[in-house]
Design a protein around this ligand. Structure first.
Ligand SMILES: [Mg+2]
Length: 115
C-alpha cells in the first residue's frame, strides 16, 4: 500500500465512521479526539520501544515483541493520517513539502537535516 492508497482508505473509513452519529459531531471535538488517539498510539509505541531497548520493567517485558512494535509504528502513521483528515490537512502534500525542506537542508550541508 502506498501513501495515496492509505489516504483514500482513511478518507473512506473516516466518512463511514461519521455516518454512525445521529448528529454531526463538533469538528473541534473530532480533532481533539483524534489528537488524544494519536497520543494513545504514541504511548503504545513508546512502550514497545522500551521493550525493544530492554529498558522496560521485567514484569512488563512480556508485552514486547517485534510484531507488536511494527504494528504500533503503523498505528502512529495511520492515526496521523486520520488526524490530518480531521484538520483538513493534505498529509501527502505536507510530507512532500517537508521532504523538499529536508532536501534543501541536505544541500546546505546541515548535520541533521530530517529534524
Ligand atoms: Mg496501537
Amino acid at each position: 500500500m502506498d501513501l495515496q492508497q492509505l489516504q483514500e482508505l482513511v478518507n473512506i473509513e473516516s466518512d463511514r465512521l461519521m455516518l454512525q452519529y445521529n448528529e454531526t459531531p463538533d469538528p473541534k471535538l473530532v480533532i481533539l479526539a483524534r489528537t488524544v488517539k494519536l497520543s494513545e498510539e504514541s504511548g503504545e509505541l513508546a512502550d514497545q520501544i522500551l521493550g525493544y531497548c530492554g529498558l522496560q520493567r521485567k514484569d512488563k517485558m512480556y508485552k514486547y515483541s517485534m510484531d507488536k512494535l511494527s504494528k504500533e509504528l503503523a498505528d502512529v502513521i495511520i492515526t496521523t493520517f486520520v488526524l490530518a483528515k480531521a484538520c483538513n490537512v493534505d498529509i501527502i502534500k505536507a510530507i512532500d513539502d517537508k521532504m523538499q525542506i529536508v532536501s534543501q537542508r541536505k544541500l546546505n550541508g546541515e548535520v541533521n537535516p530530517i529534524v
